[in-house]
Ligand binder design. Sequence first.
Ligand SMILES: *Cc1c(COP(=O)(O)O)cnc(C)c1O
Length: 223
Amino acid sequence: MTEIGRNIERLRSEMPQGVKIVAVSKFHPVESLMQAYDAGQRAFGENRAQELVGKVGMMPGDVSWHFIGKLQKNKVRMVVRHVSLIQSIDSEALLRLVDAEAARAGRVVDVLLELHVAREETKSGFSADEMLALQDCGEIAALRNVRVCGLMAMASFVEDARQIEREFGEARSMFERLRCGMFAGRDEFAVLSMGMSDDWRIAVDCGSTMVRIGTTIFGAREY
Ligand SMILES: *Cc1c(COP(=O)(O)O)cnc(C)c1O
C-alpha cells in the first residue's frame, strides 16, 4: 500500500457513515491520483478546467470528476462534457450558462450552489440574500439541464474553531431552508459539501455530507 493509499484508508476509517470523500487532486500528478484510485477512491476534485480535462483522458473511465474552483464562462463548455458534479456555481448567470451548455451537449449536469459564508472577500459564492432572491424568483427549479443537488461552502481560513462552526452552521441553515422551500420534494437536493483537510471534523459535526480533502491525502501542493 502506498502512502496515499494509507492516507485514504485512515480518512475513511475516521469518516462517519454517509459522508462522501472527494479527493482534491489539483496540482498533483496523475501518478498520485492513480495511487488513490488503486486504494478505491473514485471521486476526484479539480479547480482548473484545463487540468481537469487533461487528467480525464489519463485516468480510468469510472472516475467521477468534480469541478470545485472558480468557473470562467469561456470554460463551461469544456468542463460540462466531463464532470459529474460542478460544486462551485456562484451566480445565477453561471447556472443558466451551465444549463445551456449541458443542453447543447445533450446532458443533465449535477451542480451545487456555492454559499459565501466566510468573512473573507477572496472566497466566492452567493450571499445569503442572493440565494434567497434566487428562491423567490422560482425559475431555477424549472431549468431542465441542471440538477441542483445541494450547497457547497468554505469556511474562513482561521484557527478559531467557533468561527468555523458558526460559518458551517449558517450553510447548514440555508441548506435546510432551501430543502424545505424551493427544492421541497426534490430528493436530489441532499448534498451539503463542506470541510477540507483542516476543518472537516467541524464540518461533519455541522451536518456535512461531502468533504473535499486534498492535503491530507496527497500531501502539500507545489504551486
Ligand atoms: C483546494 C481545495 C480543497 C482542498 O483543500 P485541502 O486543504 O488541501 O484539503 C477543498 N475545497 C476547495 C474548493 C479547494 O479549492
